[in-house]
Design a binder for this molecule. Structure first.
Ligand code: GLC
Length: 557
């Protein structure tokens, strides 16, 4: 390994943790989580081994889409704290070895944003062209993103006397990025937050943001939206050197390749692998590794500096939109059979442990798989302790309930009366009484201890971020056997997706006399025969991380 090849590419081997300040820790007892509360819990995140925090929107907002509806891109909502508190969080995180990125939501603003208020007031407003207007909606319309709430992406505005484009909720008018003044403003927003210490952005809704739907006269400069994404990446590079753009692009893999800038890698630095995530759930439902293996092997080639972000849950609906209707029904039947567990006809509003019937073996197997896949893992707050959802909370908010710190009042999240919280805490078997950080910190057998171990091992195995992925041949459909190889390091991972024990016969390449597989999670090792064959037993929902150790290797195992 040459230092110049890998140094500074921190995102290739990062552990990302997404949280909403509003639901993390309320430090002043007003019911809302805040930046000072987060600052107090950075040690929890550092101890877990997180290296990059992703903050969901903290900007001033009327809060009709949990902060994704912004009225001021240059501020912090007063419920959460101040810009000063923000800088304290970034600085303290840095002190603990963690970088911070934040949501960059520039596909749209809130309809309360002063730009929109001005734009709608008059055709002569200097902000009129910040948005996309039409006298009549076009015959051909894009599909709405939230079909339970909206039936068109065009909304008539009385005072404007025209229709405006909104690909999301009607209270989120789309910005017109064909307007160079809008593009300047976006660069300024990025520059502002980078100056305050951010290491980049999770870029919201990228394909929507780049689409020029409805703009007939997209100017010359905007004829090629991907040139613009390239410009943004270059701007980020100039301002911050090693900042990243982690893009939300839920598209087929071949389209994602374009958003990376192909093998030039000069557009988004990272993208979530929505395809592998969805195929993983199909695999879990079928107890058949085929779908997820196929998704991983069909990832397009990406540049040396680009990276996939892997995840099993995020803050939105667990979308299954890229499965066929039949496949989606299989996953619904397995993990969310009641209509109340589903949303938008395409996703689930549950967290992983309840979907898996609370079976700790199966939950651990899935997290083991997440951390052993090639890419950079992203956790959503509460996953480290196995939080569940609250289906009484409407829509996607069911999984955005307060973080469960202790068995105390409001799960230790806030001392305010329960009705002052942003969402009710989870009740029942996944409530704070049974699932909380405080109890799990003291328990070496807890999920928190287990996830911390996975994070530690992931960080010790740079091949997981850098390496070549291969599916290893073996006879059991219920098992995913894969290897990740980088330079002279090779990790073999086995995951049994089914509830029956199996023995997995493997044949490993490049074996020398005395090569063995050393288990990185539990005590033990397996001798590999001279022909490269080895049999590894797996319990029901069992898993192994096995380091290939050749005689004379000095790697720590
Ligand atoms: C993204 C966010 C989602 C939000 C939407 C509109 O999809 O993940 O939470 O509602 O954009 O900003």
């Amino acid at each position: 390994m040459k230092v110049t090849d890998t140094a500074d590419l921190w995102w290739k081997t990062a552990v990302v943790y997404c949280l909403d300040v509003e639901t993390y820790l309320d430090s002043d007892g007003d019911g809302t989580g805040d930046l000072q509360g987060l600052a107090q819990r950075l040690d929890h995140l550092a101890a877990l081994g997180v290296t990059c925090l992703w903050l969901m929107p903290v900007y001033p907002t009327p809060d009709r889409d949990d902060g994704y509806d912004i009225v001021d891109f240059y501020g912090v909502d007063s419920r959460l704290g101040s810009l000063g508190d923000f800088v304290e969080v970034v600085r303290t995180a840095k002190d603990r070895g963690m970088r911070v990125i934040a949501d960059l939501v520039v596909n749209h603003t809130s309809d309360q944003h002063p730009w929109f208020q001005s734009a709608r007031s008059s055709r002569d407003s200097p902000f009129r062209d910040f948005y996309v207007w039409r006298d009549e909606p076009p015959d051909e319309q894009a599909e709405v993103v939230f079909p339970d709430q909206e039936d068109s992406v065009w909304e008539h505005d009385e005072s404007a006397g025209q229709y405006y484009l909104h690909q999301f909720y009607k209270h989120q008018p789309d910005l017109n990025i064909t307007n160079p003044r809008v593009r300047d403003e976006i660069a300024k927003i990025m520059g502002f937050w980078l100056q305050l210490g951010l290491s980049g952005f999770r870029v919201d809704a990228v394909p929507f943001f780049l689409a020029t739907n409805g703009v007939d006269d997209a100017d010359e400069a905007f004829a090629h939206p991907h040139d613009y994404l390239r410009d943004l990446r270059a701007f980020l590079g100039r301002r911050s050197g090693d900042g990243i753009l982690l893009g939300e692009v839920n598209l087929p893999h071949e389209d994602q390749a374009t958003f990376f800038g192909g093998t030039d890698g000069d557009e988004l630095t990272m993208q979530f692998d929505f395809i592998a995530m969805q195929r993983l759930y199909l695999s879990l439902a079928r107890q058949d590794a085929g779908p997820v293996a196929e998704a991983l092997t069909s990832r397009p080639a990406i540049a040396h500096d680009s990276q996939w972000a892997t995840f099993v849950r995020n803050h939105d609906e667990l979308t299954l939109d890229k499965l066929t209707d039949d496949e989606r029904q299989e996953v619904f039947a397995a993990f969310g059979p009641d209509e109340a567990m589903q949303v938008f006809g395409r996703g689930l509003r549950r967290r992983l442990p309840p979907m898996l019937g609370g079976d700790p073996r199966r939950v651990r197997m899935v997290y083991s798989l997440l951390f052993s896949l090639p890419g950079t893992p992203v956790l959503f707050y509460g996953e480290e302790i196995g939080m569940g959802e609250n289906l009484d909370v409407p829509g996607r908010m069911a999984v955005r309930t307060p973080m469960q710190w202790s068995a105390g009042v409001n799960g230790g999240f806030s001392t305010a009366p329960a009705d002052a919280l942003p969402a009710p805490v989870v009740e029942g078997g996944y409530g704070p009484e049974f699932v909380n950080v405080e109890a799990q910190r003291r328990d070496p057998d807890s999920l928190l201890s287990f996830v911390s171990l996975l994070v530690r091992r992931y960080r010790e195995c740079p091949e997981l971020g850098w390496g070549e992925f291969a599916v290893l041949e073996q006879p059991h459909a219920q098992v995913l056997a894969h290897s990740v190889t980088w330079e002279d390091a090779c990790l073999v991972a086995l995951h049994n997706l089914a509830d029956t024990a199996v023995t997995v016969p493997l044949v490993l390449p490049d074996v020398r006399a005395g090569t063995r597989l050393s288990d990185l999670l539990v005590d033990g090792s397996h001798e590999v025969r001279e022909d490269g064959s080895v049999d590894v037993p797996l319990e029901a929902y069992g898993f192994r991380w096995l380091r290939v150790v050749h005689p004379g290797d000095r790697r720590l195992v």
